[in-house]
Design a protein around this ligand. Structure first.
Ligand code: TRP
Length: 333
């Protein structure tokens, strides 16, 4: 059986929210089936586009890897590695930079958002960030890239770059497809349900971190902003209630219609508590496993070394081919 490759990455940026979990991580473990091979990386090179304190940065990178394992990435079936441990990412990224247009990068909405947010540090890395991401994907000949909605545009530019390169130099890269979850693509802020849940929100009550303790999760849900309609319904005019209902539905596997039936005639407080309980039930084993793995540095180091070795074996082959095709290598072949 010819296996299809999957690749995805997550930035080690400290807090991983319920939004990141539902939008991406939760699906990563599920993609580990017999007909696929998954490469999952901690995208620390990407995280460098904003300023990092080296010691904190190193620690967060390790924590992100531990969290991925806790979310069900199985190192016996998948390669879990740290992006900077496989030097081919940075090398392919340079080559692809030379096949990417400024105009294309200028259109990336994340670049526009991030440069507005970090106006004092609009570095070239922030601009070419999608090219590095294309390198991550294309090095592994990935057919599928599981990502949240916000990364769709980046996967599309990776496709464009791959197609352009293949046309110019001959078939080199598999053309990747984004793999975006249908349910619960967007989890909204608990304090302003018209905005996406974000770890950079100054009010920590607005987001759930996947490592939050159960009592903290309960408290945040109890404080969630709702409305004064006093009626549990799923519509645009009640974004807070709609958000709670969709979180409830995602974490219980029930449909919105079923949830509406269950909560018919009940108060907002009951919906909040039930939603918190469903989230706590799924996140508790993850948090416990995370703490256990994080304390076992020897195990973690072993997994990441082996993951990097497996990743490098594939990345090396692709880069070798790219160098041969472009005239950067194979001089006396
Ligand atoms: N840019 C992605 C994010 O912020 C993380 C990422 C880095 C990624 N490299 C990747 C995602 C490759 C998918 C594939 O969420």
């Amino acid at each position: 059986m010819e296996k299809k490759n999957v690749l995805s990455g997550i930035q080690p940026s400290g807090i991983i929210t319920l939004g990141n979990y539902v939008g991406a991580l939760r699906n990563w473990a599920k993609l580990q089936t017999d007909d696929r091979f998954c490469f999952y990386c901690v995208a620390n090179l990407h995280a460098m586009t904003v300023r990092q304190d080296p010691e904190v940065f190193r620690q967060r990178t390790i924590e992100a890897a531990a969290l991925l394992l806790a979310c069900g990435i199985d190192p016996k079936r998948s390669a879990l590695f740290i992006q900077s441990s496989v030097h081919e990412h940075a090398e392919l990224s340079w080559v692809l930079n030379c096949s990417t247009y400024m105009g294309e990068l200028n259109r990336m909405t994340q670049f526009k958002d991030k440069s507005a947010k970090h106006a004092d540090n609009i570095n070239a890395g922030l601009f070419t960030y999608p090219v590095l991401m294309a390198a991550d994907i294309l090095l592994y000949q990935a057919s599928y890239v599981p990502v949240g909605h916000d990364q769709k545009q980046h996967v599309e530019i990776a496709r464009d770059i791959a197609e352009r390169f293949n046309k110019l130099y001959g078939e080199t890269f598999v053309i990747p497809e984004p793999f975006i979850p249908k349910v619960g693509g967007r989890i909204m802020s608990l304090q302003d349900p018209t905005k996406k849940m974000s770890k950079s929100d100054p009010n920590p009550s607005s987001f759930i971190a996947i490592t939050d303790e159960p009592n903290v999760i309960l408290k945040k849900f109890k404080r969630a902003v709702t409305d004064s309609e006093a009626r549990i319904a799923y519509n645009e005019n009640q974004p807070g209630i709609a958000n709670l209902l969709s979180i409830y539905s995602i974490f219980t596997g029930k449909t919105i219609e079923e949830a509406l039936e269950i909560f018919d005639g009940m108060g907002y407080g009951q919906l909040k508590v039930a939603t918190a309980e469903a989230v706590i039930e799924e996140l508790t084993p993850i948090r416990e496993e995370y703490n256990r793995i994080l304390a076992d540095r020897v195990y973690l180091e072993g997994v990441l070394n082996e993951g990097a070795r497996q990743a490098a074996a594939v990345a090396e082959k692709t880069l070798h081919n790219v160098y041969a095709k472009t005239g950067l290598g194979s001089f006396f072949a």
